[in-house]
Write a protein that binds this ligand. Sequence first.
Ligand code: ZN
Length: 322
Amino acid sequence: MSSTSSEKQILGLHHVTAIAGDPQSNIEFYTRVLGLRLVKLTVNYDDPDTYHLYYGDKLGHPGSILTFFPWPNAPRGIRGTGQATTVSFLIPENSMQYWKDRLKENYVKVEEQGKRFKNEEEFLTFYDNDDLKLELVSTGSNTRSAFTPWEKSPVPEQWAIRGFHSVSLSEEGYERTASLLTDTMGFRLVDQEGERFRYETGPGGASSYVDLLCQPELLRGEVLVGTVHHLAWRTPSDEEQKAWREDVIKAGCNATPVIDRRYFHSVYYREPGGVLFEIATDPPGFTVDEPEEKLGSSLRLPPWLESSRKQIENALPKIELT
Ligand code: ZN
């Protein structure tokens, strides 16, 4: 019999966290242009003078959550190795033209359109207001089971973003990262095309992919405005999270203790190529401190910061929720 810890599986992406500049412009881009829901308005628990903005589907299902720390006065970062350099969203089949038109109408910088993996996957590369590199991906076959449309989205449900498709990591050399993914974290190599190596985890399909891009010619990345800070992988329970923590430590990574992030519990470690990984629990989720219909409508603080609310609110830049 194999042990419980060898049967555990990472279920896919939980969330991706990036650095933005101006919070208002970030809110408008992700809610009005991309049609995601702001599911939580809170602060960075490690730096409470900074907002933490969470976007996702109606409920903020794991696998749909893109979050930002807005640093309005910080310079642009460098997109480069040791970073997640592209965040890709899944869109429904036959919706590419809708999105091309929508991005154009909203003056979004669109860079490239193409196909990957024997033409099975169509992608459109574009940038948010802070130059964060994003993609829309249509595959024809992948649908997400845990997706709840947000009925107030400006994007009609038939075209709506279905959560993440994948995240691409730029690496100077990919072997040690690949080995952590397959030998320790249970990922499987499923495809390769040029410099791109695709791995999947858990049930496979959209939101379970990570693409390693072997790009030694790129500069080393610098995490500032317009770059990804870290990405988080899903685990269903605290018990499995504890086992993952032990496994990655055995594999030579320095992992943090379990940290309470209110909506999930987190363990952080850096993979050998330099990208900051997190293992995050699915529970308790975003309805732990406000009801479903009110998600993201007011500033939520964890109990340990509630006594400093006045001071925190005064220090935060003013924003308008649209
Ligand atoms: Zn995180």
